[in-house]
Design a protein. Structure first.
Length: 414
């Protein structure tokens, strides 16, 4: 795979290329003013001829606009690669595109493929594409690595956005390896240093105050990693230092009383309990499909993915997510152009409630069909409309027991 870095991305973006991608948007004039606004350094005004405003909230967005199209160019290249099946025949373009993957976040990106030749070709293609927007790869930070084995002196795996991605050989899987994604060493050290600073600044603080400062930091960072051992050493050092003349048993009883049923060795004061990194559950990330954007109008996709979408009722987005974007009646996937309606599984007229448990999302035509079936009942005639001595039983008019006919009239038997 290719671990790439763009040289001075925010400083060298070509203004004309960036504005060309915006097209005739009503915001084009405003964005152009931002790009040409210039900077003041040491009381000296400098014009902006290239690049985007530094440290501005708009900079990441402008960089994403400038780099938009990189994925499409790489997929065009993927259709031309040499990829054969077991019989020696070329695979279809869909299979070729699926074999090549690019993951980009702002100006950082990685390209993955099992063939080193394809990776090298992709590198050349991306470099040529970057030249069109006035950018180039930073050679000293761009490298080719293997996720399972060492390659040209580079250790297996790579760091990306604070995480280390690496594969390990195992016998328990069909592929013979497994992929693990963990926080990088640099990320761990930074986080631990932040925790250590909190301890240093709160050497004499009460337990409740220390926990209140540590918990937000732990919750905010913890996706999962075995840093709890390092944290434990720091906690014990903090507690022991407060009472140097007390025994370890006494310190343990004061600062680590048993809590949460069988949980032990957790810093707490009976009310406040310190979070552990391992308590934060692992949430598997699902990659955004293709070139999807929250602003592309595909509200059914984003409602199903994140459970909300501007302009769509919370009730609809909740049901979409619960039903995995499929109609509860026909089972077909909803499309943005489909007409859909909320249906009460048990009709309100028959005692159904108005909770989510009694609701489902249907296509409009599926809803019409279900409503028709719900209303398909035989109206029972009013009692005064029945002839004397007759009853309705299972949609049939029958003679009431104890009644007999006599000369065109009904007579009750004694």
């Amino acid at each position: 795979m290719l671990d790439a870095d763009i040289s001075k991305c925010f400083d060298r973006i070509n203004h004309d290329a960036l504005l060309g991608k915006i097209g005739q948007s009503p915001y084009r004039r405003l964005i152009k003013q931002w790009l040409k606004s210039g900077v003041i350094d040491n009381n000296q005004f400098l014009e902006s001829v290239e690049g985007t405003p530094q440290s501005g909230v708009i900079s990441p967005l402008l960089a994403n606009i400038a780099l938009h199209g990189m994925e499409e160019r790489l997929m065009e290249f993927a259709k031309t690669i040499d990829l054969k099946n077991k019989k020696g025949n070329q695979k279809g373009w869909q299979s070729k595109c699926q074999s090549l993957t690019i993951v980009r976040y702002a100006d950082d990106f990685v390209i993955l493929h099992e063939d080193i030749k394809v990776v090298l070709q992709a590198k050349a293609v991306i470099q040529e594409w970057l030249n069109q927007v006035g950018l180039e790869l930073k050679l000293e930070l761009t490298k080719i690595v293997h996720t399972l084995e060492e390659y040209e002196g580079n250790k297996p795996g790579f760091d990306f956005l604070g995480f280390t991605v690496r594969q390990w050989k195992v016998k328990s899987t069909k592929q013979g390896f497994k992929t693990l994604i963990k926080p990088s060493s640099k990320s761990i050290k930074t986080h631990y240093r932040k925790l250590a600073d909190i301890f240093d600044k709160n050497k004499t603080a009460p337990t409740k105050a220390l926990i209140a400062k540590l918990n937000p930091v732990i919750r905010g960072w913890a996706n999962y990693f075995s840093i709890d051992n390092l944290l434990w050493v720091r906690i014990w050092r903090w507690a022991s230092r407060r009472y140097p003349n007390k025994s370890a048993k006494w310190v343990k009883k004061k600062y680590f009383p048993r809590c949460k049923e069988t949980r032990n060795w957790l810093l707490n004061d009976g009310e406040y309990i310190l979070n552990r990194h391992s308590d934060v559950p692992i949430i598997r990330h699902i990659k955004v499909k293709g070139n999807k954007s929250p602003y592309d109008g595909d509200w059914t996709y984003w409602s199903n993915r994140i459970g909300k979408y501007p302009g769509v009722r919370k009730e609809v987005t909740t049901l979409l997510k619960r039903q995995k974007n499929k109609c509860a009646s026909c089972g077909l996937t909803f499309r943005p152009t489909d007409l859909m309606e909320v249906d009460h599984i048990k009709p309100r007229s028959k005692g159904g409630d108005n909770t989510y448990k009694n609701k489902q999302l249907l296509h409009r035509h599926c809803h019409d069909t279900k409503t028709a079936l719900d209303k398909k009942t035989h109206a029972e005639p009013k009692l005064q409309d029945l002839p004397d001595g007759y009853l309705w039983v299972d949609d049939m008019l029958i003679l009431r027991q104890g009644c007999t006919h006599q000369k065109g009239r009904l007579r009750e038997e004694p």
